[in-house]
Design a protein around this ligand. Structure first.
Ligand code: CTP
Length: 398
């Protein structure tokens, strides 16, 4: 049986955060996907989790001592850095991030950062106030500018009991990012892919709005997959709580009108447009400046929102256009009609009765030649790659 990370050499750097125990799961997941993993720990990480745990699971010695030669009798950090395909530091504390940003190399883990030539991926984890501190944010910006990939932390309950940003990104996000960085083909190099994602919100008054159940996950997965395949990626997102994939340029919008302007403003630079957003078809005709008080009954007049994809279809030129069709009945015939009407190259149809907002989805992809491909239930990352495979085929004129 083959695995997605077969033959890959990964260094997993573990630093002294309460989230260090999660690195054990990361190690298991990466080895389960076929990678060979060498674990490097800081001194404080060893106070949270025993090196023996990592040693047993990785079946390799744990690197902690700067002055030890490694098993090939070479200078440890130099030899290890030269062999790796990726250096993942998870969790990365504020202290380690600061050292990396300023070139301080006072232990094995930070020396390795300076000596390795492979891509580096950081998954920070710390308390809310520390993560928000301008010093930490500046250090992260500095590292990103040097090409280090940085995953955003998640929002939720922290070890301190506070609620906020600072939690280590979840296991599947981290391993998905690793996979993306290590298994990409460069078949979208030279393309600028504009992806829209999430719902739009159409305000009624300062506290109420009309919207839909879109989570934004599909669009974010496409943005990440396109970046992995070498594209320059622009993401226009409605309100979601999802972190921006590293290397993707994001514009946040709220309403359909705002999304229209963000898309049209970047259309000239775009070679592939993928409209995964669930744009609200209507907006209230008035937006009350003050909160509306209760009444016996309320009639709201709704106006049609602009159709962003149809507008992009009118200005198509050589741009590849991909739409989505969320349907509850007559999936294929409705999707085919939208494909024709909006001048699309591909349309991805999903039966929303199967599920909405989850990690997996089932879609049918239709093209202009009348081909209809029904895919099995797959992760959104895999669906994203399936869509991009077909985009590449359209570009090649297959
Ligand atoms: N879309 C858009 N602008 C809108 C509505 C939809 O750009 N105002 C895009 C969506 O992002 C999607 C595609 O059009 O890629 C299909 O959207 P959908 O709502 O399923 O279809 P509609 O054409 O709006 O038709 P209907 O609501 O009648 O099914």
């Amino acid at each position: 049986m083959t695995h997605s990370l077969d033959g890959k050499e990964i260094i997993l750097g573990v630093t002294g955060s309460i989230a260090a125990y999660k690195a054990v799961e990361i190690l298991r997941e990466l080895t389960g996907r076929g990678a060979a993993v060498t674990v490097v720990m800081t001194e404080s990480a060893q106070r949270f989790v025993s090196p023996l745990t990592f040693e047993t699971l990785s079946r390799r010695p744990i690197l902690t001592d700067l002055f030890a030669l490694d098993y090939d009798k070479q200078i440890g950090h130099v030899a290890t850095g030269g062999r790796a395909d990726l250096y993942l530091i998870a969790p990365a504390t504020a202290n380690t991030i600061a050292k990396l940003a300023h070139g301080i190399a006072d232990d094995f883990l930070t020396n390795l950062y300076l000596s390795c030539t492979c891509p580096v991926l950081l998954a920070p984890a710390m308390d809310r106030e520390m993560y928000a501190h301008p010093t930490v944010q500046e250090n992260l910006t500095r590292l990103k500018a040097r090409g280090v990939h940085v995953l955003e932390t998640e929002y939720g309950e922290l070890a301190s009991g506070l609620i906020g940003r600072g939690r280590l990104a979840d296991l599947l996000t981290i391993c998905g990012e690793v996979e993306g960085l290590l298994t990409h083909q460069e078949d979208l190099q030279g393309e600028t892919v504009l992806v829209t994602a999430g719902p739009t919100q159409e305000p009624l008054d300062p506290v109420r709005f009309l919207s839909n159940r879109s989570s934004g996950r599909m669009g974010f997965a496409i943005a990440q997959a396109a970046r992995d395949r070498g594209a320059h990626v622009l993401l226009v997102s409605g309100p979601t709580s999802l972190p921006t994939p590293p290397g993707v340029t994001r514009t946040d919008v709220t309403t359909a009108e705002e999304m229209l302007h963000a898309v049209l403003g970047q259309l000239d630079a775009t070679t592939i447009l993928i409209m995964a957003a669930a744009v609200a078809d209507y907006r209230p005709s008035t937006h009350a400046p003050k909160k509306m008080k209760k009444q016996e009954s309320l009639t709201i007049e709704l106006l049609r929102n602009p159709d962003i994809l149809a507008e992009a279809g009118r200005q198509k030129e050589s741009r590849i256009l991909v739409g989505f069709a969320a349907e509850t009945e007559d999936l294929v015939s409705n999707a085919r009609e939208k494909l024709q009407k909006k001048h699309l190259d591909l349309i991805v149809a999903n039966d929303i009765r199967v599920g909405f907002g989850g990690e997996t989805t089932r879609v049918t992809i239709l093209d202009r030649q009348g081909q209809v491909e029904e895919l099995p239930e797959l992760s959104k990352r895999e669906v994203a790659h399936q869509i991009l495979d077909r985009v590449v085929a359209v570009r090649r004129g297959d």
